[in-house]
Design a protein around this ligand. Structure first.
Ligand SMILES: Nc1ncnc2c1ncn2[C@@H]1O[C@H](COP(=O)(O)OP(=O)(O)OP(=O)(O)O)[C@@H](O)[C@H]1O
Length: 267
C-alpha cells in the first residue's frame, strides 16, 4: 500500500452515518444538526431524557420522517428521505417504541412477517429456531395471538421479528419502556447476545442510561435535539455529568456536601 492510500476504509466499517440532520414537526425542531455514526458490529446508544429527540432520530433514519437538512447514509448508500419499505429491503429493521406487534396474528406469523422480504427458506427456519432459543416463551406461545402476550413478551416478539429480517442494522427504540427491572435486564442481555452471536449492528435509544451504557460500545448524549457528548461507553460511565444526571449517582461527601457540579457542562 502506498503512502497516499486511504486508511483501511473507515467508510466500509461504518454501517450508518448521519450528517448534520435536522427534523421538525411543523414549527417544532425536534433534532438540530445531529451527526453520528455506527460502526459495523457494535452496539451504539443515544441517551437522552424525555422529549430529547431520540425517537425522531430513529424515525428519520428509517424514512418515517423526512429531514429538513442533512443526510443519512446506510452501508455507503444515501437513504435520506427514502421510502421506509425500501430502507427495510436494504437491511435496516426498526423496532419502534411501544413494541408494535400484529395483535390478531399468531406469534409465529408475526415472526414470519419479519422475514417477508427473504427467499432463503432454510435460513428463515433456522432463524426462527434461534429466536425461540433466545426467548423460549415465544415458542411456547407460537400459536397464540400476539395481542394476548404480556408487554414484556410483546417486546421480545418485536425484537425477534426484527431479527427475522436478517438485517445489517437494528434500530431499537426504548426497549425498557414500561418493563420491570427484571425483564429489562433479561431483554438487554439478549440484545447483547444478538450482537455478539449474530454480529448484528444495533443502534438503541434509551432513557435507562444504566442499562444502555452497560450494553453498548459507544454512546451519544442527546439534549434538546443536539448531541452534547459522545464517547466509548466505558469512558462515558465515568463522566461526572453522566453519573449525576443519567445514572442518578451523587457523591454526597463525608458531611453530606455535594461535590458533583450542579450545572451540566458536558466535558
Ligand atoms: N408528532 C409530533 N408532533 C409534534 N411534536 C412532536 C411529535 N413527536 C414528537 N414531538 C416533539 O419532538 C420532540 C422530540 O420528541 P421525541 O419523541 O423524538 O423525543 P424522545 O427523546 O424520543 O422522547 P421519549 O423518550 O419521550 O420518547 C419533543 O419536544 C416532542 O414533544
Amino acid at each position: 500500500m502506498s503512502q497516499d492510500s486511504p486508511p483501511a476504509s473507515a467508510a466500509a466499517d461504518t454501517v450508518l452515518r448521519l450528517q448534520n440532520v435536522e427534523s421538525s414537526y411543523g414549527p417544532i425542531k425536534a433534532i438540530r444538526g445531529v451527526s453520528l455514526q455506527v460502526a459495523r458490529g457494535e452496539v451504539a446508544t443515544v441517551l437522552g431524557s424525555n422529549g430529547a429527540g431520540k425517537t425522531t432520530i430513529l424515525k428519520t433514519i428509517s424514512g418515517i420522517i423526512d429531514p429538513r437538512k442533512g443526510s443519512v447514509v446506510f452501508q455507503g448508500q444515501d437513504i435520506t428521505a427514502h421510502d421506509p419499505a425500501a430502507i427495510v429491503r436494504r437491511g435496516l429493521s426498526h423496532v419502534p417504541e411501544g413494541r408494535e406487534v400484529f395483535p390478531l396474528l399468531s406469534v409465529r406469523d408475526n415472526l414470519l412477517m419479519g422475514a417477508y422480504t427473504r427467499t432463503d427458506r432454510d435460513a428463515v427456519a433456522r432463524d426462527m429456531e434461534t429466536v425461540y432459543g433466545y426467548f423460549p416463551i415465544l415458542k411456547e406461545r407460537a400459536a397464540q395471538d400476539a395481542g394476548l402476550l404480556s408487554g414484556g413478551q410483546q417486546q421480545m416478539l418485536a425484537i425477534s421479528r426484527a431479527i427475522m429480517a436478517a438485517p445489517a442494522l437494528i434500530l431499537l427504540d426504548e426497549p425498557s419502556l414500561g418493563l420491570s427491572p427484571r425483564l429489562t435486564k433479561e431483554i438487554f442481555e439478549i440484545v447483547v447476545r444478538i450482537n455478539r452471536e449474530r454480529g448484528t449492528t444495533i443502534l438503541l435509544v434509551e432513557q435507562n442510561a444504566n442499562m444502555a451504557l452497560n450494553a453498548s460500545d459507544y454512546g451519544y448524549v442527546l439534549e434538546n435535539g443536539r448531541i452534547v457528548m459522545e464517547g466509548a461507553c466505558e469512558v462515558l460511565r465515568e463522566k461526572d455529568d453522566i453519573k449525576e444526571f443519567y445514572l442518578g449517582m451523587k457523591d454526597e461527601g463525608v458531611r453530606g456536601e455535594r461535590r458533583w457540579k450542579k450545572k451540566k457542562t458536558w466535558r
